[in-house]
Design a protein around this ligand. Structure first.
Ligand SMILES: O=C(O)c1ccccc1N[C@@H]1O[C@H](COP(=O)(O)O)[C@@H](O)[C@H]1O
Length: 221
């Protein structure tokens, strides 16, 4: 018999302790806290990330989203914020993940892969050897002003499904998920978790109705 767990939900772009409480109340397994980025709607100051991360109860995971790429800068960012997980939203150089691990052995590492075309499959397979989970998102790190997430756009879920089939790590799916499309996304990709920012917000604020409908849609899958 095959066991297919209901996907975990990560609510991203949490901007206050109150928003974190709301996300946890309705069942979030993780909250995302967005540090300095070249673009995106969810950025908050590092001091606020630290405050929110300290307020979130175990076993809810706290993800620091960092756009830093140098291990020393990533480690400094982590030490300013003290989450239990680091979400690396940009590509790192070879050896960088190992350097972070050596310094922060208790901290989980999640690498974002921007799914633009089938090249994402090889990128995912390479990164998978060095991290605890992958997060498949929309975006374009090759633009002059990098677009590293928070786009509100979906991508080609068939490519994400191919990655999920080939990678033996937890896969989070992100990018333009909403209460209306998350069921189809789960059916297509079969992710371990789903991750959402704009789809549960209204004018930048967490929207209770959308949040409830998002969880209901995930649970009815
Ligand atoms: O939200 C941001 O500001 C952001 C900026 C840079 C990288 C990632 C960011 N957020 C992440 O993007 C995904 C998808 O967002 P959306 O649901 O498409 O709006 C979100 O889950 C965050 O992990």
């Amino acid at each position: 018999m095959e066991f297919t767990p209901i996907p975990r939900v990560k609510i991203c772009c949490i901007s206050t302790v109150e928003e974190a409480r709301l996300a946890v109340k309705y069942g979030a397994a993780a909250v995302g806290l967005v540090g300095p980025m070249p673009s995106g709607p969810g950025i908050i100051p590092d001091e606020r990330i630290r405050e929110i991360a300290a307020a979130v109860p175990p076993p809810v995971a706290t993800f620091l989203l960092t756009s830093e790429v140098e291990p020393v800068r990533i480690i400094e960012h982590y030490r300013r914020t003290r989450t239990n997980t680091i979400q690396l939203v940009d590509r790192l150089a070879p050896g960088a993940h190992q350097a972070i691990r050596a310094e922060l052995p208790g901290v989980k590492l999640v690498q974002v892969i921007h799914v633009q075309d089938e090249g994402a499959i090889a990128e995912a397979l390479e990164a998978a050897a060095h991290v605890d989970a992958l997060l498949l998102d929309s975006g374009n790190p090759n633009l002059a002003v990098k677009e590293l997430g928070g786009t509100g756009r979906i991508h080609n879920w068939e490519i994400s499904a191919a990655i999920r089939r080939q990678v033996a790590l937890p896969i989070f799916l992100a990018g333009g998920l909403t209460p209306e499309n998350v069921g189809q996304a789960i059916a297509t990709v079969g992710p371990f978790g789903v991750d959402v920012c704009s789809g549960v917000r209204n004018q930048g604020k967490l929207d209770l109705g959308r949040l409830k409908r998002f969880f209901a849609a995930v649970r009815s899958e």
